[in-house]
Design a protein around this ligand. Structure first.
Ligand code: PCA
Length: 207
């Protein structure tokens, strides 16, 4: 058994549900995988703290955070986290951020350490619409991705980590992606992690 961690976010802004909450709680663990699950608050700082606490408690070999990208139609595997908070709306605790560093003096950008090319191929071969994305935005999702990755890099990368944005479901947007498909996508991501983890040097992924 290999242990992974999956996280989703609580609802935020005008959305009364966040499909990534359901995905984190309901996605099926592939054979040979134990999945730890966590739903994070859409709150700066707090989401990073809760995620790092879960990584310490669960010690997963890898973790994937999921977030809703309301304007996107397909699964987005995020390549980069950037060191910038610039919110177009307050977070769930009313915090605002404008043109701020997440980690003062931190690198401008940090890469995912997930095998996103293999993940892209796995989803595509299943007929699931997917892209590699070069921007996780400048709101709480990117904040979580950067904040956690920065700490993991500081610690010498004890686990692989990255972020995937998921589109809305059809009840939220007629052009959305059905929850069934999204559940399949998340399972495929963890299958890919399981299959690439074998005998892999986890610290030497290309960008
Ligand atoms: N999506 C938001 C924050 C929480 C979520 O699910 C984002 O993309 O930043």
């Amino acid at each position: 058994m290999i242990k992974f961690l999956v996280t989703g976010f609580e609802p935020f802004a005008e959305f009364s549900v966040n499909p990534t909450q359901t995905l984190a709680l309901m996605a099926e663990a592939p054979a040979g995988v134990q999945l730890a699950r966590l739903v994070l608050p859409v709150i700066v700082g707090e989401c990073v703290a809760q995620m790092l606490q879960a990584i310490d408690a669960e010690q997963p070999a890898a973790a994937i955070s999921l977030g809703l990208a309301a304007g996107r139609k397909i699964v987005s595997l995020e390549r980069l986290a950037i060191n910038c908070d610039d919110f177009e709306r307050p977070d769930n605790a009313g915090n605002t951020r404008r043109d701020e560093r997440i980690v003062p003096n931190g690198a401008l950008a940090l890469p995912t350490t997930l095998p996103i090319r293999q993940m892209e191929a796995a989803l595509r071969s299943d007929g699931i619409p997917v892209e590699i994305s070069y921007s996780a935005g400048t709101y709480v999702c990117n904040h979580l991705f950067y904040g956690v990755q920065s700490e993991l890099f500081r610690r010498g990368r004890p686990c692989r980590y990255g972020f995937a944005h998921l589109p809305p479901t059809p009840d939220m947007d007629p052009e959305g992606l059905p929850l069934e498909t999204q559940l399949r996508a998340v399972k495929r991501l963890f299958e890919t992690l399981r299959d690439t983890a074998k005998g892999d040097d986890w610290s030497s992924l290309p960008l």
